[in-house]
Structures are given as structure tokens and as C-alpha cells.
Design a binder for this molecule. Structure first.
Ligand SMILES: Cc1cc2nc3c(=O)[nH]c(=O)nc-3n(C[C@H](O)[C@H](O)[C@H](O)COP(=O)(O)O)c2cc1C
Length: 225
């Protein structure tokens, strides 16, 4: 019999942000299976507020073109993102740690503005993934809805990892969800905090060497009795 705790730990630890994909598409039947598993996620009042749009093939490459143009023109969704940068202190340190790991792995110099921009733009090329998903929700759900979307997305990412696939959650995609709404005819009133690129990982890409660490448990979890 399978050692379920060990299997779960392996899957949870094998999930990491993948920023390079092979072009091979995931068969539709498997896609539907994975998204059904994602849908087992819990949500406030079982509202299941995740209105998910999955884009593949030529349609994704068309959206990529529109997104790159919007990023270059600075046409970001005015409702997306933070009004002020919340990453200060220890949070800023952690953010820098993750960025440095990626830049070092991919050979992007600290002061190489052009290479950094190109690296950032890879977000909008979906890191060459054959699929991307956007999670929309009614904005009235606020923090509750955002929590539900997070649970859904993590269940999705774990289901992908368990099936040999990789993914990268991307707030960058949420910042330009106005473009995606226009392209896909999604209700303009819906909110989107992030999207997800996914597919089969390209294990030979240098970005796979960017491994993030985690703060010690005692910094984050406080046990009381
Ligand atoms: C909601 C959310 C938004 C994120 N946005 C981006 C993004 O826009 N671009 C990116 O490359 N990574 C993004 N990430 C990935 C994080 O940088 C990554 O999860 C973190 O550094 C930990 O690394 P790991 O996922 O490899 O464990 C995002 C992750 C989450 C959960």
C-alpha cells in the first residue's frame, strides 16, 4: 500500500515555480481531470468563486502578443496591484532573495537593466508554457474570495506536480488582466489577482537551478497552549 504521508510530502516539496516549459500540450482529458481535482478545494460557504479561463495554443500566443504590447505601453489594469509596495523589512529581504536566486541561475547581471527587463517580460510569454489560466472572481468577495482562489490554485499546482507537470503562479498576469478580459470577452467587472502558466517543465533550462529557501518554522509559526 502507498505510504500516503510520504507521497504527499514528496508532492508538496516537488512543487516549485517553473519558469521554463516544453512546448508539448497537456491532453484535454488530462487537463479536465486536473481542473476537477483543483475544484475539490474548500471555499467560504462553498461559494467556489474561481471563474477560471484556460488558454492554450494559438490563442495563447495571440494573448502573449497583446500582453507584451500592453506592458511596453504601460497599459496595466488600474484596479490591479498594490497602491503602495507592501514588501518592506523582512518581506523585502525575502523578495530580493527569490529574485537573486533567479537572476543568478539565469546569468542576469545585477545592473543589467535590459536583461532584467527581458527576464520580467518572460512572465508575459508564459515562460514558453503551452497553457495559462486566469482566476477571476466577483470583487465583492474581497479577502474571502482571494483566500478561496489561493486554495484552489495551490490544489491545482499540487495536482499538476503529482502528474509530472509544472506551474508558476503569476501576479504579473493579474496586473494586465484587463487585456485578457478584452481578448476573451470576460466580464470587465470581475477581479483577477493572479494567473498561472503551466505545462511540462523544461528541466534543462538554467532557471530550474533557482531554488528558494524558507524561513525557519520558529519565525513563522507560534505554538500556544
Ligand atoms: C500569488 C502569487 C503570485 C506570484 N507572482 C509571480 C510572478 O508574477 N512572477 C514570477 O516569476 N513568480 C511569481 N510567483 C512565484 C513566487 O515568486 C514563488 O512562489 C516564491 O518565490 C517561492 O518559490 P517556489 O514557488 O519555487 O517555492 C508568485 C507566487 C504566488 C503564490
Amino acid at each position: 500500500m502507498t505510504d500516503l504521508p510520504a507521497a504527499f510530502e514528496t508532492i508538496a516539496k516537488s512543487r516549485r515555480s517553473v519558469r521554463a516549459f516544453k512546448p508539448d500540450p497537456i491532453p484535454q482529458e488530462l487537463l479536465e481531470h486536473i481542473f476537477r481535482i483543483a475544484g475539490t478545494a474548500p471555499s467560504n460557504c462553498n461559494a467556489q468563486p474561481w471563474i477560471t479561463h484556460v488558454v492554450s495554443g494559438d490563442r495563447l500566443r495571440q494573448i502573449e502578443e497583446k500582453l507584451i504590447a500592453a506592458v511596453r505601453a504601460g497599459d496595466a489594469d488600474p484596479d490591479a496591484g498594490h497602491r503602495e509596495d507592501p514588501y518592506v523589512g523582512i518581506y523585502k529581504e525575502r523578495r530580493i532573495g527569490a529574485a537573486v536566486a533567479l537572476f543568478e541561475a539565469t546569468g542576469v547581471g545585477r545592473h543589467d537593466k535590459k536583461a532584467r527587463e527581458e527576464s520580467f517580460l518572460r512572465n508575459y510569454r508564459f515562460f514558453d508554457a503551452p497553457h495559462a489560466a486566469w482566476f477571476f472572481m466577483p470583487p465583492a468577495f474581497g479577502l474571502h474570495g482571494a483566500a478561496d482562489i489561493g486554495m484552489y490554485a495551490q490544489t491545482l499546482m499540487l495536482a499538476l506536480a503529482a502528474n509530472g507537470m509544472g506551474s508558476c503562479a503569476q501576479g504579473a498576469l493579474g496586473h494586465y488582466s484587463n487585456v485578457v478580459k478584452r481578448e476573451l470577452g470576460v466580464d470587465e467587472g470581475l477581479a483577477c489577482t493572479f494567473g498561472l502558466s503551466f505545462g511540462y517543465p523544461d528541466e534543462d533550462h538554467p532557471s530550474t537551478k533557482a531554488i528558494t529557501d524558507r524561513a525557519p518554522l520558529s519565525d513563522l509559526v507560534h505554538f500556544h497552549e
